[in-house]
Design a protein around this ligand. Structure first.
Ligand code: ATP
Ligand code: MG
Length: 452
């Protein structure tokens, strides 16, 4: 496949045209071309130009420049595109971002600062050559695309010393694209893996999230483990390697984790992350019998890890809760009250996630997705939800105000305790949920509390 004007969306082509008509060189660059050549949908379209940021701002009224790396954001209807001035990067400190960038007018210099050969492609032209827009590929990225290889641009060791994130990007891209890492590049990752400790949690997390969205995240996580990067990101996950698990012959706990991650739906990032972390507490509980309490220890380790990675609080809470709850066992002897207690414990909002996690966990153990009568539990939970069963305080026929007004219960812990006990009773027997019955029961409870 070749790149032509037809390969590029009209809105992006319009930006190129505009830069050309103002006498500037303009190119589509980087990952989007790689994706087009692979027949994949690009995540974003980045442009590069010889125009300086101020000039780009003038050519595109309403665009914004809020960094010092030459990247101007241009809005086009619903789309936002980034136009970056050709640049070279200098003075890498702390194995992170460049401290100084230098703007230039040579496309080749701009491509040379990019991470991998398949990301160092450009399509476009100088203003004067615009009818002859073409693919520019100084590092044989197209050849590596055909061989499905990730190869560092230039000396891999130097490139990873400059910016350690490139190593995390390598394993993420290997999984997302189903590519191999070229041997010298892989050897340099092995050598420099410890530098990953200098990266901020946010930057690692952004790559991990993209890795978790790949068809088979296991490809990237295996590479991370083999190169030593995983040890730096989470020593608890790295410790899963070699821990025996009598689930699938010849496979250890780490293999189980990776199978579970792959089996979780790619469209559900919270479930994928929970699958990655569900057994993170097992290495730490090896001594306490067969992993006893690993879901409790695991929830704590997961919370600390996700905080270190600066994951948003809302998804952290959901993932930690799933890790904590993943060990449930359904017994077909449960009555409907048992099903309602299960719903209350898990929380209505987490049920779907927990079922998806269990299905992935089962597949990861070499079992069918509905092992342990998961489908039956799902159906029974669904029936209870459809019957509008009372599952939390808000469904009770009386509330705290009623108890205060009619029984003189003072505001405070007693009030909350009585409401909780009423809820337990109604979950066990929904027929009790009317005002009169609940008042009677509450009265008895009050007398009982008074006796204690
Ligand atoms: P995707 O958009 O699919 O996640 P991508 O490779 O396009 O992958 P972006 O973050 O969009 O990733 O970066 C765009 C381009 O910028 C890359 O293709 C690459 O050329 C360059 N790039 C990004 N990060 C780095 C880095 N840390 N070092 C060198 N070049 C980089
Ligand atoms: Mg991109």
């Amino acid at each position: 496949m070749d790149i032509t004007a037809e390969s590029i969306p009209g809105s992006v082509l319009a930006l190129l045209e505009r830069l050309w008509s103002h006498g500037q060189a303009a190119y589509v660059v980087g990952g989007s071309l790689r994706d087009v050549l692979l027949g994949r949908e690009p995540a974003d379209w980045d442009l590069a130009t010889d125009a300086l940021p101020d000039r780009v701002l003038a050519i595109f009224p309403g665009s914004v420049y809020e960094n010092r790396f030459g990247t101007v954001a241009v809005r086009e209807g619903d789309d936002e595109h980034e136009i970056t001035t050709f640049r070279t990067d200098h003075d890498y400190a702390d194995f992170r971002r460049p401290h100084r960038v230098e703007f230039g007018d040579r496309l080749e210099d701009d491509l040379a600062r990019r991470d991998f050969t398949v990301n160092a492609l450009a399509w476009g032209a100088r203003a004067t050559e615009r009818p002859r827009a073409a693919l520019v590929d100084p590092f044989s990225g197209q050849q590596d695309l055909e061989r499905r290889l990730l190869r560092a641009v230039g000396d891999p060791s130097k490139r990873f010393e400059e910016d350690a994130l490139r190593m995390v990007r390598a394993v993420r891209l290997a999984a997302a694209l189903d590519f191999e890492i070229e041997p010298a590049t892989l050897a340099a990752i092995r050598e420099h893996a410890p530098l990953v400790r200098h990266l901020s949690g946010e930057r690692i997390a952004a790559e991990l999230q993209k890795l978790l969205a790949a068809d088979q995240p296991s490809i990237g996580f295996r590479l991370a483990a083999e190169t030593g990067m995983l040890e730096v990101i989470s020593s608890d996950l790295a410790a899963q390697r070699g821990v025996a698990q009598n689930k699938i012959d010849g496979e250890d706990l780490w293999d189980h984790t990776l199978r579970s991650v792959d089996a979780a739906p790619a469209s559900r990032p919270v479930v994928r992350l929970a699958a990655l972390l569900h057994d993170i507490g097992k290495p730490a509980t090896l001594e306490d019998g067969p992993f006893r309490g690993h879901e409790v220890v695991g929830a704590e380790i997961a919370a600390a890890l996700l905080e270190r990675l600066r994951m948003p609080k809302a998804s952290t809470d959901r993932v930690v809760h799933l890790v904590r709850q993943h060990m449930f066992t359904y017994d077909p002897d449960w009555g409907d009250a048992g099903i309602r207690r299960f719903i209350k414990r898990v929380g209505r909002a987490s049920l779907d996630d927990l079922f998806a996690l269990r299905a992935a966990d089962s597949v990861g153990s070499g079992l069918p997705a509905d092992a342990g009568r998961l489908d039956e539990l799902r159906r029974r939970v669904h029936d209870q939800l459809a019957a509008a069963a009372v599952l939390d305080r808000s469904g009770l026929a009386i509330d705290g105000t009623d108890l205060m007004a009619e029984l003189g219960v003072p505001q405070g812990p007693t009030l909350g305790r009585i409401l909780d006990r009423l809820l337990e009773r109604v979950i066990a027997d929904p027929a009790l949920n009317d005002r009169a019955s609940l008042m009677l029961i509450a009265e008895a409870m009050l007398a009982d509390e008074g006796d204690r």
